[in-house]
Design a binder for this molecule. Structure first.
Ligand SMILES: C[S@@+](CC[C@H](N)C(=O)[O-])C[C@H]1O[C@@H](n2cnc3c(N)ncnc32)[C@H](O)[C@@H]1O
Length: 264
């Protein structure tokens, strides 16, 4: 079970994806939200709730003390709120940019590193891709595998324990449509992108720091990738009140830099 405060809603595909028919669902009551598997027993301060094996979105379930929870289908942004966290997960808007800029879709083969919490890997799988993702920290990799099962994408995401740089030699040439990187050593991996990617495949590198980002962009050009471009991912929240409307004055905005390039 995983609990969190209420998350925003968003559309997204849903399937079991764990090799069985049990699809994890969200149990919601006010600000409380729990991600649970069918058949699980959920203990809260409101009592114990047995989740039926055949639970469906739209159902209402009661704890043994009579408090009700509504059953909701899991959607993309819920992964960010409910996955157990290890490496800093990518925020929903940046995942949107990666998927939008690379066109990730059903049938794509994606190579991803590092897995971290696995929010990006799971989101790409939910968009229909098969993902091979490397995580060099064995404990993080174990947590990521559990997160994939919880996200219903255990079959579509192959979480491999290991340093992606050391594993590159064992990967088939031209066997990936997209390469996604969220690691400090991304420039060293980008060097190999032309061998790894199919013709027309994309690289997407996410980095919070400009130094590594510049190195990524320079490496991408040196190895002959095309359309290399880097953008800061920044967003301003709007504030609407009685005095008027304006961007929120709360400090925000920057989460990272996203470099996109294409193998041509
Ligand atoms: C920022 S997190 C990735 C978060 C992930 N994109 C997500 O959405 O949850 C970076 C992860 O990369 C792993 N890592 C760093 N360098 C690596 C490498 N060369 N090979 C495999 N994993 C690596 C780290 O251990 C860390 O868990």
């Amino acid at each position: 079970m995983s609990g969190a405060d209420n998350a925003d809603d968003e559309s997204g595909a849903e399937s079991d994806g764990n090799g069985d028919d049990r699809v994890p669902v969200l149990l919601v009551r006010g600000d409380r939200e729990y991600l649970v598997e069918p058949g699980e027993e959920m203990g809260t301060d409101l009592g114990v709730l047995d989740v039926p094996e055949d639970v469906q979105p739209g159902d209402t379930l009661e704890t043994h003390l009579g408090d009700e929870f509504h059953v909701r289908r899991l959607r993309g942004p819920d992964l960010f709120h409910h996955f157990e966290r290890t490496g800093a997960p990518m925020v929903p808007r940046d995942i949107g940019l990666v998927i939008g800029e690379t066109g990730i879709a059903r049938g794509d083969r994606v190579l991803d590193a590092g897995t971290g919490t696995g929010v990006l890997a799971a989101s790409m799988a939910r968009a229909g891709a098969s993902v091979v993702t490397y995580e060099r920290d064995a404990e993080f990799a174990d947590v990521a595998r559990e997160n994939m099962a919880l996200g219903g994408v255990g079959d579509a995401v192959d979480v491999r324990t290991g340093d992606v740089l050391e594993e590159l030699d064992g990967l088939e040439p031209s066997s990936f449509d997209v390469l996604t990187l969220d690691t400090g050593d991304a420039p060293d991996v980008v060097e190999h992108a032309p061998e790894l990617l199919v013709d027309g495949g994309f690289v997407a590198v996410y980095s919070p720091f400009v130094e590594s980002t510049r190195e990524v962009a320079e490496t991408a050009r040196e190895v002959g990738l095309a359309n290399v471009r880097t953008r800061e991912t920044i967003q301003r929240e709007m504030q609407f009140d009685d005095r008027g409307s304006r961007p929120s004055t709360a400090p925000v905005g920057h989460t990272g830099y996203l470099t996109i390039a294409r193998n041509e």
